[in-house]
Design a protein around this ligand. Structure first.
Ligand code: FNR
Length: 395
């Protein structure tokens, strides 16, 4: 029995516990934490808990249909892997490992701009769909070069994240010395070194991998890959405006996905900009604290879009039943962030694999328990949402 097999690891929280044990505090809390008081981070998960399921009993399953289509791609179950920046710091397999496992499970992977592996290597690692997530780090010219590479490598959609005009105030990163540890000054690192030395296996693997990775997909002309330590400053200069979509559309002729929408108004603006899909997301509670929980924001976006684009959601998905609930409320699929990243931090590829096994098995079991044999049949009649939530039509 492997390290991640049952009964040691039976849910995502178990992987979270192992991730905390394997990685230094600065790395674990970067992954685990949210902005300011972490209200939105908690609410994302709590929103799922406030929804009750309404099962249909005695339903016979001939051929259950758990697969779905997202932007024309067949996914074996309705969950894709969200972009998670700095993945290579959590484990040296990083983005390549995540993409490979996504492909094994018949689902898609979204590569963050803030990635330590070359996008070509990431695409080669997976036999599933791969999308590229764009931050305008380094400016338009640098982004256009990345988009050319992504298209040539075979990435099939572009995800533009719009909720990051500045980096959120992630208090845990400040306390743990994230900036000092990524920075150049050895002197500034000294107070934070004990937490790295306390995780010798992670440290050895990190050093063997060459230490802090460079951003292989943000190539600054005349300088090469952007150094990770410059990222916070670069993100601060990388905000996107609606009018940027004019040049983004020219640079990326394929489908565009707008990630970070929380209101019907912004959903409509995204449609005006030609979005083929929208991700209802608050960045996993890492940007604007006290922003709406995404599950609560979902119905108004579904109503505003009214079938004119595909709607995905993320934030707080830790169980297969969460995926079912999101679909009942109108999402076509969910993105998972921390759920697989905990697995990655706990043990690279095998940890990610375990996370997906757990979520897929949970999802299929929940479908059987509610008596629904196909994702296309999930609707509001399978759930009971609190009265004060904006409502979508329930059959
Ligand atoms: C993220 N997220 C993110 N989003 C994005 O568009 N680009 C990025 O580089 C990152 N980086 C990132 C790092 C880490 C450590 C986390 C946890 C998240 C947000 C991510 O794509 C997704 O929106 C959330 O993770 C969803 O919430 P859950 O599933 O983590 O609760």
């Amino acid at each position: 029995m492997g390290r991640f097999d049952s009964p040691r690891v039976i849910n995502i929280e178990d992987l979270r516990r192992l991730a905390r044990r394997r990685t230094p505090r600065v790395v674990f809390e970067y992954l685990d934490g949210g902005a300011e008081g972490e209200v939105t981070l908690r609410e994302n998960c709590r929103a799922f808990e406030t929804i009750s399921l309404r099962p249909r009993q005695c339903v016979v399953f001939d051929e259950p249909k758990f697969a779905t289509r997202v932007l024309g791609h067949e996914l074996s179950f309705p969950a894709m892997l969200a972009p998670v920046g700095y993945s290579r710091i959590m484990h040296r397999g990083g983005e390549v490992a995540a993409a490979r496992v996504a492909g094994e499970f018949g689902t898609g992977y979204i590569l963050s701009t803030i990635s330590g592996h070359k996008l070509e290597d990431v695409k080669r690692a997976t036999n599933g769909p791969a999308w590229f997530q764009l931050y305008l780090v380094g400016g338009r010219e640098v982004s256009e070069a990345a988009l050319d590479r992504a298209r040539a490598a075979g990435f099939s959609a572009l995800v533009v994240t719009i909720d990051t005009p500045v980096a959120g105030m992630r208090e845990r990163d400040y306390r743990n010395g994230m900036k000092a540890l990524l920075g150049r000054s050895l002197f500034a690192k000294i107070p934070h070194l004990p937490q790295l030395l306390a995780r010798p296996r992670w440290l050895a693997s990190f050093l063997l991998d060459g230490g802090t990775p460079k951003l292989e997909n943000v190539i600054v002309p005349g300088q090469g890959p952007l150094k990770l330590e410059d990222v916070a400053a670069a993100l601060g200069r990388s905000r996107v405006e609606w009018k940027d979509f004019d040049w983004i559309r020219k640079a990326w002729p394929g489908p565009i996905v707008v990630k970070g929408v929380l209101t019907g108004d912004d959903a409509l603006r995204s449609l005006d900009q030609g979005a083929a899909a929208i991700v209802v997301s608050n960045h996993g509670g890492r940007q604007l604290d006290t922003a709406s929980a995404t599950l609560r924001a979902l119905p108004q976006v579904v109503a505003a879009v009214n079938g004119r684009a595909e709607i995905l959601m993320d934030g707080g998905v830790r169980r297969g039943s969460d995926i079912v609930k999101a679909l009942c409320m109108g999402a076509r699929a969910v993105l998972i962030g921390r759920a697989y990243a905990y697995g990655m931090a706990a043990g690279g590829e095998s940890g990610i694999r375990r996370a997906l096994e757990i979520l897929r098995a949970d999802f299929e079991r929940t479908m059987r328990l509610i008596g629904c044999s196909s994702v296309s049949e999930l609707n509001g009649s399978f759930i009971e949402a609190p009265e004060f939530w904006p409502r979508r039509t329930c059959s």
